[in-house]
Each structure stands twice: as C-alpha cells, then as structure tokens.
Ligand binder design. Structure first.
Ligand code: 13P
Ligand code: MG
Ligand code: MG
Length: 368
C-alpha cells in the first residue's frame, strides 16, 4: 500500500507578536483535522505541532501528493484557526493565507507544502524538520553536507545504497510563472550542485531521490510568499520531510547536519542574517531578534499510523549547539545594520530602504 505524507504549514497568528500560536489556535486545528479528516476516513493519522509562529499539520493518507481534498482540509483548518486568531487579537492573524477561498491546490495560496509518497517499509522511520524566521534555502547547506560531502557525512561511504548517490531536484524560486527545476546527480555533479546551492535565496533544494532504489528520500517546501503576493507577507518559513534509516541516511546523520548553526536569512522583519538554532519541539520564536530556529520530530509509522515520536534536538549535545548559535548570532549583530548583518537590498522584506534610496538619489550630483 502506498502511503503519502503531507506536511502543510502556515502562520495564521502569533501571541504578542510573531512568537507562537495560542493553545486555542492549535486546538482549533487539531479538532478540525480530527472531525473532517480522521473521522471521515480521509486521512489515516495526523500530527499537529508548531515551530515559532508557524503551525504544521502532518497527515498520512493514501490519496497521493497534490490531492485537492487533503489540501482543502488543511487550508480550511487554517481558515478556522484564523477566525480564532482574530477573536483573540493575535498578531498577523491569517498572515500566510494569501487567498480566502480554496482553489484546488494549497501551493501558491500561502501555506508551505512538503509531500512524499512511498511504499511503507516494515520499520518506516521519518524526520520532520520545521523552521521559523528563515527561508527554504536554509536547507541548502545541511542537505549538501549530508548528501554530498563524505567528510561530514561518512554514511555516504558506509551504506551500499548511499554509495550509489542521490538525485537533487533544485528549484529556481525567482521564476514565478511556473516551477523551474533542474535535476543533478551525486557524486559526479557535485560541483554543479554547489554552484547553485551557494545562493539559498534563489536556488532551493526541492526533492532528493535515491539513485539506488529510485525512491524519494526528502521533500522540502519551496514557497516564496513575497513572490506570490508581490509584497512582504512574512518569511516563507520552511518544512522538510525526510525518510531515514536503511537504505537512506540514518536519523542521526541528518540530525548532525544541524550542528553547524550556519547563518541563514530571516529573523526580525525577515531582513537579516543570523545563526540557525536547533530548539525543542513547540518552541516559541526567540525575543532575541527572532533568532532563526529549527525543530526536529522523528517518528515511526506502521500502516500509515504514527506509532511513536521523539524530539530530535531535545538533547545535551544540542544544548552546546544552542550556545554556539547564540554566540554566532551575537557576533553577527555586532555588525549592526551593515551587510552581511542585514540582507542585500533585493532580499530585504520591506521596500522602505529602496524607496528612501530612490529619494536620496535625487540629491546625488555628478562631480565635475
Ligand atoms: P514570520 O515570517 O515568522 O511571521 O516573522 C515575520 C517577522 O517580521 C518577524 O519579525
Ligand atoms: Mg508571523
Ligand atoms: Mg514564522
């Protein structure tokens, strides 16, 4: 039996700013999914959690990716939650819902989507990695380290299957009319892969497939909210589903790729660079300049049911990574408003600086 995992996420309101959803907001989504998804037999199982102000719905079902009923279920759940967010006066109520009525596929309507269909293994093991205050290209470096670079990821030579390499599907997210993608294979095209992934604002890993079994290993949301709406509408906080353990990488081989606390675009006003901090499940955003955060849920599933879950970064090792991330972020903030502390003009989520520079442009003179 083929199972599909759909992770659909949106920010529909935060408590006292862009922090976290309220308990009532989360409960509304849970009840909605239970009543209209599980009770009706549309989905097999569900898990609802949050990372900062982004709430994610993870569903297992047999309908395949891009199924209108599954997407509508999530869209409607977020619409219901928006009502609650408005009643509670939450900040940014309905922020990521760029349309108010559903039209077939939730992609392009604001919520982020990662989906993956597979023949379930007897011991199916999966990771759900969700981030807040950053962008989908955040995954570029951890995925490159994990799936391409043997010196950081020795599993690539210890597994017969991983030795055969993987296929990266990379999207050019600046092309907004349609999905523009390229497929590149490891190990032989690693230079080409790196030549794109160096720019995480434009080139984003969308999928990874095993060259050994042909199966999809990972799926990453690639939404660019400001490309859809044409104006600032929050950062496109990303989510990834990754299948782990044989014949893929081990859970801890992917988890370890988040020990670098690499600098990512995002944080306050989505306009800066700070170090990515792995945090515990259902953590609020940091009031230290909205330091970018990432959570990891690992779980087992059987016959489509989520049988048991664990918190990937609730671990003393990651206490050290958190300390390092804080130090790296403090160091970057010492740089004040000057790049690279602040993003280049095209990536800043507000147009105010561009407008002001235009205004000042009138006062520039050419010296004779
Ligand atoms: P979110 O994209 O997480 O809503 O954050 C927006 C922001 O501007 C925080 O300062
Ligand atoms: Mg928000
Ligand atoms: Mg967010």
């Amino acid at each position: 039996m083929k199972i599909t995992l759909s992770a659909i996420k949106a920010d529909v309101g935060g408590v006292g700013g862009h922090s976290k959803p309220s308990p009532e907001l989360v409960a509304t989504i849970k009840n909605f999914v239970q009543k209209n998804g599980k009770d009706k037999g549309l989905v097999i199982d569900s898990y609802i959690g949050y990372t900062g102000d982004d709430t994610h719905i993870l569903l297992s079902h047999t309908k395949g990716p891009n199924n209108p009923d599954i997407h509508k279920l999530c869209f409607d759940a977020f619409m219901e939650a928006t009502k609650v967010a408005k009643e509670q006066g939450l900040y940014g109520a309905g922020q990521d819902l760029l349309k108010t009525s559903f039209s077939g596929n939730v992609k392009g309507m604001g919520p982020g989507v990662a989906e993956i269909e597979f023949e379930e293994r007897p011991n199916e093991a999966v990771l759900l990695i969700a981030a807040d205050k950053t962008e989908p290209g955040m995954f570029n470096l951890p995925l490159y380290y994990g799936f391409v670079e043997v010196s950081r990821s020795p599993g690539l030579i210890l597994s017969d299957d991983m030795r055969k390499g993987v296929k990266f599907t990379i999207m050019d997210v600046e092309h907004t009319e349609a999905d523009k993608i390229i497929e590149l294979k490891t190990p032989e095209e690693y230079v080409e892969i790196a030549s794109l992934l160096f720019n995480p604002h434009r080139f984003v890993v969308e999928k990874i497939h095993s060259r050994s079994t042909g199966e999809q290993i990972a799926s990453i949301s690639t939404t660019r909210l400001h490309n859809i709406s044409g104006k600032y509408s929050g950062k496109d906080d990303p989510i990834m589903i990754a299948r782990v353990q044989r014949p893929f990488l081990a859970t801890e081989e992917i988890g370890a790729m988040f020990k670098y606390a690499h600098y990512v675009a995002g944080d306050t006003r989505g306009s800066h660079n700070m170090a990515l901090m792995p945090v515990k499940l259902n953590s609020p955003a940091s009031v230290y300049y909205c330091n970018p955060i990432v959570t990891g849920l690992y779980f087992s599933m059987h016959n489509g049911k989520f049988t048991a879950t664990g918190d990937a970064f609730d671990d003393p090792v990651f206490d050290e990574v958190r300390r390092m991330a804080a130090q790296k972020s403090f160091a970057m903030r010492e740089q004040g408003f000057v790049m690279p502390a602040m993003l280049p003009m095209e990536e800043i989520e507000y147009t105010i600086l561009a407008d002001k520079i235009k205004e000042l442009g009138k006062r520039f003179i050419i010296r004779k």
